[in-house]
Design a protein around this ligand. Structure first.
Ligand code: HEM
Length: 409
């Protein structure tokens, strides 16, 4: 199995995730007798662990490990991971959280630890000096840290029960350290790989402007960015417990974390602003478009985090499922998935056509407007659900288009 085929598998999961998402939206349009919650479990597990995990680990393997002669070990790990994902795909819809789905989720966790081990063990001393390495390493440790959530869930279910607030918090813990920790930090790491790989051409272009021996970001600046951002990852977890209306201290911690991350992003953009300009000439037109979009969606996410720390907004959001779903998918379908398209294109796994991307972005924009709109103005009604269902179905066409163009190639 070569890495390009693995990416095709990841896209296969993405299509299934969209299919399940559209199916869930159909529940509000026609009468369906199927357990909604089980579909939701399947959708979220295949999205995080099938689509995003497979795409990110394949990219990390290609960039850090593919020349280490460890293909056999990686292949075994890859297939063992796929068995766990496919197992979840066929057990969650019919049983929800039960024996088989728990066995397959546990197998997944063990495989993901194996990937971290492979990464730590087989990267060279030279690679370990890279800033990209430091970010990816932190990301993978955050992934391991997030798994404390599912382990705790087992204990909580057998003691306090699934209606306790600890149960909900354990799920939110997992979700937070997955997407705000592992995903976002890994994507930042991949962005640093792009900068490091193009460092020489970028520095040549910048001769006269930079006298720091080809280092594209000063160590002092990188460390500041890195520490601010990572402390922010831990502190912003407190957003996830605001639904319990705890003491104002929790809001304050979440706010501090959000401000730290905002500051980290500004430090990063400031430190590489000349390079970003030059990078424009190196990326293709569509890659520039993807990067611009992700930068905008990301800064807005950081602003949402700050605003969402205040009790008035936090209370409004925690009582409003549409706002939560809109925000989560802003990150998943916007920041995370579009960044993955970007890196897959930059590292020559695939190229997305302008038309397909436009269609994808249209689906994203429409569904976000509808979900945020319903969250704020309570639009819900038969017509709202029908339009939301139809807009979501556009994802199927767009992701189907991406898969078709890859198969053709
Ligand atoms: C492709 C189009 C997608 C559609 C149409 C869609 C739709 C939905 C819907 C309808 C829900 C259920 C909301 C509820 O009743 O609580 C949901 C939840 C969820 N989705 Fe998606 N989704 C899509 C893509 C994704 C992707 C790409 C990811 C992650 C990478 C993702 C992650 C999640 C998660 C984690 C939840 C659970 C949230 C919770 O537990 O509160 N979705 N999605």
């Amino acid at each position: 199995m070569n890495l390009k085929q693995q990416i095709k598998i990841a896209f296969g999961y993405f299509f299934i995730v969209a299919l399940l998402g559209v199916f869930m939206r159909m529940f509000h349009v026609v009468d369906i007798t199927f357990n909604y919650k089980n579909i939701l479990h399947t959708h979220s597990h295949i999205a995080l662990l099938g689509w995003v995990y497979t795409a990110l680990t394949t990219l990390i393997y290609k960039l850090f490990l593919s020349e280490k002669g460890k293909d056999k070990t990686f292949n075994k790990l890859f297939w063992s991971t796929q068995i766990s994902i496919i197992g979840m795909m066929f057990s969650f819809p019919f049983t929800g959280y039960a024996f088989f789905s728990i066995v397959f989720s546990t197998l997944f966790l063990l495989n993901s630890y194996g990937f971290l081990w492979l990464f730590l063990k087989h990267t060279s001393l030279e690679q370990k000096q890279l800033y990209s390495y430091k970010l990816i390493r932190a990301a993978l440790w955050l992934m391991v840290f997030s798994s404390l959530g599912p382990w705790a869930l087992g204990i909580i279910m057998n003691t306090l029960g699934s209606s306790s607030s600890w149960y909900r918090n354990a799920i939110y813990f997992f979700l937070h350290f997955q997407y705000n920790g592992w995903f976002i930090v890994a994507l930042l790491g991949l962005f640093f790989v792009v900068l490091e790989k193009n460092k020489n051409s970028l520095v040549l272009l910048e001769i006269g402007l930079f006298k720091n021996k080809g280092v594209f970001i000063l160590e002092k600046k990188f460390k500041l960015f890195y520490h601010l951002f990572l402390v922010g990852v831990f502190l912003t977890f407190f957003h996830s417990v605001l639904w319990m209306k705890p003491s104002i201290l929790f809001n304050t911690l979440a706010l501090v974390g959000s401000i730290l991350q905002f500051a980290a992003y500004i430090v990063l953009l400031e430190s590489i602003k000349h390079f970003l300009k030059r990078l424009k000439g190196i990326l293709t037109k569509i890659e520039n478009q993807l990067l611009k979009t992700v930068k905008l969606l990301f800064i807005l996410k950081l602003i949402f985090q700050i605003v969402g720390s205040f009790p008035v907004i936090a209370n409004l959001v925690s009582m409003n499922k549409d706002l939560i779903i809109a925000y989560l998918h802003w990150v998943f379908l916007g920041i995370v998935s579009i960044s993955i398209f970007l890196f897959l294109s930059v590292f020559k796994f695939f190229s997305i056509s302008k038309t397909t991307y436009k269609l994808y972005f249209l689906a994203f924009l429409l569904t976000e407007i509808l979900l945020f709109g319903n969250g704020i103005f309570s639009w819900s009604g038969d017509l709202y659900y029908l339009v939301l269902f139809l807009a979501s179905a556009v994802f199927l066409v767009a992701i189907g288009g991406i898969i078709q163009s890859q198969i053709k190639k």
